[in-house]
Design a protein around this ligand. Structure first.
Ligand SMILES: [Fe+2]
Length: 314
């Protein structure tokens, strides 16, 4: 062991000598200091995670590669919130938003099913029924968080309301949110496009069913392959309640299926689907000098499962 340590020290000394001969004495001192700082930071980081016994929730923020580079941007993807459903985990949704605000996030993309909608088989599983109750509840939550701007499309659950209110629910929702000072842009029914921090973002809310990560990836792959126009930088999908990031090749489009904030507690949900991913995600990108988005990555923040969120049939 002692022999090994001596060898390591000798290697390090030889390296520093070579380094010094190329970059000078000052550079060597800086290199040594950098190494020590790095070790210390790593020690503290590991100790923080272990000592606090933190669960793997959004409260643990791990900086990703390049996250502090100039031109690096992050926005949130919160989809399939299903406001009004008994399974809607409003606490996790609000915590997710508040934590992103603390991190400096200003834009949230929602790829549909922001409300639970209206449907005979949903009534028994809802805390808020009807357009006024569900949209009102959403507005109550968002108006307390005006630092966030919303880009949204409607999903199949939101679509139930189109015929009920005699208009596209997204347009009405946008107007109602703006009336209380929340910046919101409705992009369309089940599909919409926008620029976020310079990146071309497409959102979709496909039909059909799959709750397997690979199934979601196949849907995203088919969507990107079939595009005839210029490819967007990022495609975000709702509907499947399954977080599924994938880099499409050779189109160089970053795709991600989003999770949900609907805890899978209802009999109906359990019957139709495999486990869901409860939580939201962030998408990070570097906006290059060429005006294009590069180095795109995403991260999922899983909501904790607490006892309070249990669907009650009564
Ligand atoms: Fe949904």
């Amino acid at each position: 062991m002692a022999e090994e340590m001596r060898e390591k020290d000798a290697d390090r000394a030889a390296f520093l000598k070579r380094y010094e001969s190329v970059y000078g004495k000052d550079a060597t001192a800086k290199e040594v200091a950098r190494g020590k700082r790095g070790e210390a930071a790593l020690e503290n980081y590991a100790a923080e995670l272990i000592a606090a016994r933190k669960p793997t929730t959004s409260r643990v923020v791990i900086p990703s590669f390049g996250s502090t580079k100039p031109g690096r941007h992050t926005f949130a993807h919160a989809t399939d919130i299903h406001i009004g459903s008994s399974g809607c985990d409003e606490r996790a949704f609000c915590d997710f938003l508040d934590e992103r605000i603390e991190e400096g996030v200003t834009v949230v993309a929602c790829s549909g099913d922001i409300l639970d909608g209206l449907g005979e088989k949903l009534w028994g599983e809802q805390t808020h029924q009807g357009w006024d109750a569900q949209s009102g509840r959403l507005i109550d939550i968002l108006k307390k968080r005006k630092r966030l701007s919303w880009a949204l499309i409607s999903g199949n659950h939101d679509g139930y309301f189109d015929s009920v209110i005699g208009a596209e629910m997204g347009k009405v929702l946008q107007a109602r949110l703006q009336a209380v000072g929340v910046t919101a842009t409705y992009l369309g029914k089940a599909k919409g496009h926008c620029l976020v921090h310079g990146a071309r973002v497409s959102m979709i809310h496909p039909h059909g069913g799959t709750s397997r990560r690979n199934g979601v990836r196949m849907v995203l792959n088919a969507y990107v392959e079939n595009l005839v126009d210029e490819h967007p930088d990022i495609v975000l999908s709702g509907h499947f309640h399954k977080y599924a990031p994938v880099q499409m090749y050779p189109e160089a489009t970053y795709c991600a299926g989003g999770g949900t904030f609907q805890q899978k507690a209802t009999e109906f949900a359990n019957r139709i689907s495999a486990p869901w991913d409860i939580g939201g995600s962030t998408v990070s990108l570097t906006l290059g000098k060429d005006g294009k988005a590069h180095e795109i990555s995403s991260r999922f923040y899983a909501a904790p499962r607490w006892d309070a969120v249990v669907w009650k049939a009564a």
